[in-house]
Design a protein around this ligand. Structure first.
Ligand code: HAM
Length: 417
């Protein structure tokens, strides 16, 4: 019989991982809430044109990676590859773009990329968007929020930052960059030549060593920033310095989505993995203009949840639950054991109590308890059920005590809680 498997690049998140996801999300949510951000939930499916207009035709995401289909009414629909465009669409649609707005979202996104470690076709992002403030103080607040998140998670990823200026700055820069790179056209690969023709800026964050060497002497974007863009960036860096937030200025950081301007940034983990950007974002002051004819400044970032979980192992962090496993040696005592399980659950929400349904010998049941990472086993044999007692075994010390059911609550409160 054909065995079905999950679609390539799309993973099941199994019960032993879901707790890490949920705990992580609640920590991220807590930081965002503390900075005054509120949750938004947007649909998975959007009009394909939304992404073409915002992320940009000519970007890898739009040209190669979207899951799109034509519906029965001949509309082209796409599964969202990222969250910023959908948030902007929703705010405009509901007239919420007029005031300062701070929103966060969390959920699955879809990109048809070549799967590898840290790169999936369905992945999860936690993102924040800050709408309506154009001054550098908002950039500072967004980076402070990211740093607040890292410190709550006991992490210290590296911040790299750049300013790619405004549209006019980039237009001037593109011209000189093109003029410089055209001289090396014969040294470029086919896909690099394609980028050179369409958007030479896309070549700046190359991983190709030859091109990196060529770029060493290329003109730098900082020389082409307008007075306003330059001041915005300098003021931001000054405020990061004053707050002791460490960063690395990287003139080649450009980002792969078209909507950015001025500040762009990424947080990298300290591994050598190729997919080591765990969070990325920046300012997108021109995006709303493409959706509602009004210039509304905005900025934000998104964290890749899978990458964050691979980078930092949260599985044992703040283990706030205590697991009990009920072992019954004879089926006739099963309900007695459920009574005790009920009593233990009532003592604290921290307690997770699982019942065994195989009445095999004690040794095999203890093995199962170990497998389930039980902290305590409650063992009920013939003697125990007759005398209204149970054996409580501490799985790490191996110590075991016989306790009367009337004394169990106080015993657990005193010795375990
Ligand atoms: P992005 O750089 O495309 O930006 O994605 C943000 C993060 O999502 C990445 O840094 C990475 O951690 C994670 N990510 C992206 N693609 C994948 C994938 N295929 N598999 C696993 N993780 C992935 C955006 O999406 C922007 N909307 C961020 C933003 C929000 N800018 C302003 N506001």
């Amino acid at each position: 019989m054909k065995k079905f498997q999950s679609v390539r690049g799309m993973r099941d998140i199994l019960p032993n991982e879901t707790k890490s996801y949920r705990d992580l999300e609640s920590k991220l949510m807590c930081s965002a809430n503390q900075f005054g951000f509120k949750e938004i939930k947007t649909p998975i499916l959007e009009d394909t044109n939304l992404f073409i207009k915002s992320i940009g035709g000519g970007t890898d995401i739009v040209d190669k990676e979207m899951y799109s289909f034509v519906d029965s009414k001949k509309n082209s629909i796409s599964m969202r590859p990222e969250g910023t465009a959908s948030c902007a669409r929703a705010l405009v649609e509901h007239g919420l773009n007029e005031s300062i707005n701070k929103i966060w979202y969390s959920g699955p996104f879809f990109r048809h990329e070549r799967p590898q470690k840290g790169r999936y076709r369905q992945f999860h992002q936690f993102g924040v968007e800050f709408i309506g403030v154009n001054s550098y103080e908002a950039d500072f607040e967004i980076i402070s929020l990211a740093n607040n998140i890292w410190s709550n998670l006991n992490l210290n990823p590296r911040l790299t930052i750049n300013s790619i200026g405004d549209i006019k700055d980039r237009k001037n820069y593109k011209e000189v960059l093109l003029e410089y790179l055209v001289k090396y056209k014969n040294d470029l690969t086919e896909s690099e030549k394609h980028k050179l023709e369409n958007n030479p800026l896309r070549l700046l964050d190359t991983k190709n060593k030859n091109l990196k060497k060529i770029l060493e002497d290329a003109p730098k974007i900082s020389t082409y920033l307008s007075k306003e863009s330059k001041l915005h960036f300098e003021k931001l860096l000054e405020s990061l310095d004053n707050s002791n937030i460490k960063y690395l200025k990287d003139e080649n950081l450009v980002r792969g989505l078209d909507y950015y301007n001025r500040t762009v940034f990424e947080y990298l983990d300290d591994t050598e993995n190729t997919q080591n950007t765990i969070c990325a974002g920046g300012r997108y002051d021109y995006l709303f203009e493409t959706l509602c004819d009004k210039k509304i400044p905005a900025l934000g970032f998104a964290i890749g949840i899978e990458r964050l979980i691979e980078y930092a192992d949260f599985s044992n962090e703040n283990k706030d639950t205590i697991n009990f496993y009920m072992i019954v040696l004879d089926v006739k005592d099963h309900l007695y054991s459920q009574e005790i399980a009920h009593l233990i659950r009532g003592i604290s929400k921290q307690f997770i109590v699982s019942n065994s349904y195989n009445y095999k010998n004690l040794k095999s049941q203890l093995k199962k308890a170990d497998k389930l990472s039980a902290d305590y086993c409650v063992i009920i044999g013939n003697e125990e059920s007759k005398k209204n007692t149970c054996q409580l075994k501490n799985m790490s010390s191996g110590q075991q005590e016989n306790i009367h059911i009337d004394k169990l609550k106080n015993y657990i409160k005193d010795k375990i809680l």
